[in-house]
Design a protein around this ligand. Structure first.
Ligand SMILES: C[S@@+](CC[C@H](N)C(=O)[O-])C[C@H]1O[C@@H](n2cnc3c(N)ncnc32)[C@H](O)[C@@H]1O
Length: 380
């Protein structure tokens, strides 16, 4: 990272005395100026009863930013596709690459590429939902192209109460904005869109099997929770699970991610699960490997998600992954199960043509798009 020289900081200070603070976090002048504009707009917007003077608030925000607090936590939201999603400490900030995968999934669903699925009655479960950004974007993209979207059903699941708080809030804000929109759109068409959003729900459940000791935990396991809801079967399973090993977390993530984003969203946590010790975890991964996939610690959720997909009669799965290596391991695992007709790997921008670098199929799997390996998709 380039060092900030005193003369550069003095130059920035002459433009605006707050810029040197922001430069500590974003390093180049252009980004610092953009952030200052957004933070100023935000602070002015808070200029109400609780914050009668916006300037002290702006100074406070810039100080937090200089300590590395993510801009999205300070502004309270991030864009995800065309949606503005609320987020804050304790929940993962939605990423644009995830939105690209979800948008591409929606376009392939609309084209009917995954076999015989009725979009009007599609049932989608998002496991590890965080802010709820995935089901909310998918609802946005699918509900407007359905004849009658009132039977479209989406469910988000997460173990974290903070995530569920944000997911529920985001659904409510989207509902409010749809009701505003209903003044300009044909009411009948919007009725279906609103009723499918009203039926979208978020529940607390644990995806990993719990240990005998923690079976009295108040957090239910996913399958019993779905049976309790009376909804054991789903058509599409999406998941952006924690997928970074503890070692990669310590060595490859940025300081801001490590310090401010929730570790439980990034690294598979084995606390309270039946894989509490490293040998137990290794033995489980060895057992599910079936000699082909050579799974690693960060891959823990994928075999479990595939088991759940079978139990829920899921027809299409989309799993987010860290890179092409993890995509290859997950694809091999899927193929070894002999239950899926097709498997594809998608890069960050699945709709862009390949840039000619390393685009050859990986182990005979089709790889689409440009950028880093981002998702694995399979269908029956
Ligand atoms: C990588 S984040 C994804 C959040 C969101 N889907 C997104 O794309 O921004 C993973 C999420 O998994 C949740 N999670 C972690 N362990 C879990 C478990 N055992 N069962 C259910 N959810 C879990 C975390 O709370 C976190 O919200």
């Amino acid at each position: 990272m380039p060092r900030l020289t005193p003369s550069f900081l003095r130059r920035a200070e002459k433009i605006n005395p707050l810029l040197p603070l922001l430069l500590r976090a974003c390093r180049d002048l252009r980004s610092a100026q953009n952030e200052l504009r957004w933070l100023t707009e935000y602070a002015r917007g808070c200029n109400s009863g609780a914050h009668p003077r916006w300037k002290p608030l702006l100074l406070d925000l810039c100080k937090h930013r200089s300590q590395g607090v993510p801009l999205q936590y300070l502004l309270g939201s991030e864009y995800f596709g065309e949606l503005e999603i609320r987020c804050g400490p304790g929940v993962l900030i939605p990423r644009q690459e995830t939105a690209s995968s979800v948008s591409y999934l929606a376009s392939r669903l609309r084209q009917g590429d995954f076999g015989d699925l009725n979009l009007n009655r599609l049932r989608v479960i998002d496991v590890c939902t965080g802010t709820g950004c995935i089901p909310l974007l998918l609802h946005r993209l699918l509900s407007r192209c359905c004849h009658d979207s009132s039977s479209l059903r989406l469910l988000g699941v997460d173990v974290s109460p903070i995530a569920l708080h944000y997911a529920t809030l985001n659904r409510q804000l989207l509902l409010d904005s749809l009701l505003d929109e209903s003044r300009t759109m044909a009411p009948l068409r919007l009725d279906g869109i609103i009723s499918s959003l009203l039926s979208m729900s978020f529940i607390q459940a644990d995806v990993l099997p719990s240990s005998v000791q923690s079976q009295r935990s108040t957090i239910p396991q996913l399958l019993p929770a779905l049976r309790h809801l009376g909804e054991p079967s789903w058509d599409v399973l999406i998941s952006n699970p924690p997928y970074i090993s503890s070692r990669a977390f310590a060595t490859t993530t940025s300081r801001s991610v490590r310090k401010f984003e929730p570790r439980v969203a990034l690294v598979p946590s084995t606390t309270n699960t039946c894989f509490r010790s490293k040998p137990e975890l290794r033995e489980y991964l060895h057992h599910v490997n079936q000699g082909v996939a050579k799974l690693e610690e960060g891959d823990l959720f994928y075999p479990r998600l595939l088991d759940l997909a079978d139990e829920m009669s899921v027809k299409v799965c989309l799993f987010e992954v860290a890179d092409l290596s993890q995509a290859s391991r997950v694809s091999l695992l899927i193929r070894s199960r002999e239950k899926w007709k097709s498997v594809e790997m998608w890069r960050d921008e699945p709709t862009l043509p390949p840039d000619g670098d390393g685009q050859e199929p990986k182990g005979s799997f089709r790889v689409l798009g440009r950028g880093c390996g981002r998702s694995v998709v399979c269908w029956r």
